[in-house]
Design a protein around this ligand. Structure first.
Ligand code: ZN
Ligand code: ZN
Length: 415
């Protein structure tokens, strides 16, 4: 199948002339040609009429299996429930123009394949399998007064975002299992967290030996470690041990940001989730302890962006929403626009995010040879990112892998 997008204003890392109009040809799932006045050569012609044509958005931190805000309860959902409740979450992401997402714990290879085979509608998934947590860490959702062994955790359930592992040997085995089962990167919990009941945010999690082993194991499999970390201390420790992407990172300081820049590590802030929790957490059953912790990280959110910006830390898009708050996925764009220019934020959600996925040149760009993940947008996102919000209202067309998954504002794919 061949499609010719006619008369498009292309916006990506290499195209930002608001007056240029180009044609983009898509063949066999890839972009084959970009230029002025390309010949039709039997293609279906789509008139873009001077609107913006840009790469599909990429979210580098989601939990598509987290259909409940209380992750402890989510982990106990019967598998059928957990799976069917994930389907509207995946579909919503496509409606909003996200064509690839990196799942930071919960989704597995089977789910990624279901999407790839077109059995369910959703973005291309880069899955971590279960996030790895130490006992009492951010992936341990047992309440303080629960005394069962870690094995009593419902970690194998679809709805569990994490599993508990302690010690270098267990960690290596778990990583080998996750990668054997199709994880594309490894997620570790390297500091305390907001959603978990017994670990203050200031805690360091996993020993240096364990993090070092995780990094070595991931590298042996030609991949990398992404780490949940809030404080400057946790960030510096993880990055100096070889962790490649820092998730959240709200409590960063100058030294930690400078180290990240020096090591080439990426920041993946997820500011919208703290705003959403503040607004809706209580009514959605978010535990009181978590609501209190949320205040700490929310307050420093925008300040952390300024620190990353000052030190030129590479930054990719993340949202980290849970339950029905998923519908606020695009609001992170506008939060970041309080510090970065709209164009810089677009790159964070396209070409830089693709670099995080080790898919540079393949995703997040409109270039010959790239996978054809394409949006048509009404309005100018380089001036106002609101046109990428409102649940995709201004994104009438979403193409993924060279196929229309949304057209005339409606999802076209099955399910
Ligand atoms: Zn996290
Ligand atoms: Zn997360």
């Amino acid at each position: 199948m061949s499609i010719l997008f006619r008369n498009a204003r292309v916006v990506d890392a290499t195209h930002h002339d608001p007056d240029a109009r180009l044609d983009v040809r898509v063949e066999d799932g890839r972009i084959s040609e970009i230029g002025a006045d390309l010949p039709v050569r039997g293609a279906e012609v789509v008139d873009v009429a001077g609107r913006v044509l840009m790469p599909g958005l990429i979210d580098c931190h989601v939990h598509v299996m987290a259909s409940m805000v209380n992750l402890g309860l989510n982990a106990k959902l019967p598998n059928a429930f957990a799976l069917f409740r994930a389907m509207p979450i995946l579909r919503g992401m496509i409606e909003r123009g996200f064509t690839s997402v990196r799942d930071a714990g919960g989704a597995d290879y089977a789910l990624a394949q279901c999407v790839a085979e077109g059995l369910i509608v959703g973005p291309r998934l880069f899955t971590s399998g279960k996030a790895l947590s130490q006992t009492g860490g951010h992936g341990d959702f047992r309440a303080r007064m629960e005394y069962g062994s870690p094995d009593s955790c419902p970690c194998a359930q679809y709805g569990a975002i994490g599993r508990i592992v302690d010690g270098v040997d267990e960690l290596r085995r778990a990583i080998r299992q996750e990668i054997r089962q199709g994880a594309t990167q490894i997620k570790i919990m390297a500091s305390g967290g907001v959603s978990s009941p017994t670990d203050p945010i200031g805690n360091l999690q996993f020993s240096e030996e364990e993090i070092k082993a995780a990094v070595a194991e991931a590298r042996s499999h030609q991949t990398y470690v992404m780490a949940h970390a809030y404080t400057a201390q946790a960030i510096s420790r993880a990055v100096s041990l070889g962790v490649r992407t820092i998730e959240h990172g709200n409590l960063v300081d100058d030294d930690a940001a400078a180290l990240m820049a020096k090591m080439g590590a990426f920041a993946v802030p997820t500011l919208i989730t703290y705003v959403a929790m503040r607004d809706e957490g209580a009514e959605q059953g978010y535990p009181l302890e978590s609501q209190k912790k949320n205040v700490t990280v929310l307050e420093q959110g925008l300040d952390s962006l300024r620190i990353y910006q000052k030190h030129n830390v590479k930054m990719a898009y993340g949202s980290d929403l849970l339950g029905s708050m998923h519908q606020r996925q695009s609001e992170e764009l506008q939060l970041r626009a309080q510090v970065y220019s709209p164009y810089e934020v677009i790159l964070q959600a396209t070409s830089i995010a693709a670099e995080v996925l080790n898919m540079q040149g393949q995703l997040g760009v409109i270039a010959p040879g790239a996978i054809a993940d394409i949006l048509i947008v009404e309005g100018d996102p380089t001036i106002d990112l609101a046109v990428l919000g409102e649940h995709g209202r201004h994104i009438p067309v979403v193409m993924k892998d060279g196929k229309f998954v949304k057209r005339n504002g409606e999802i076209t794919a099955p399910a």
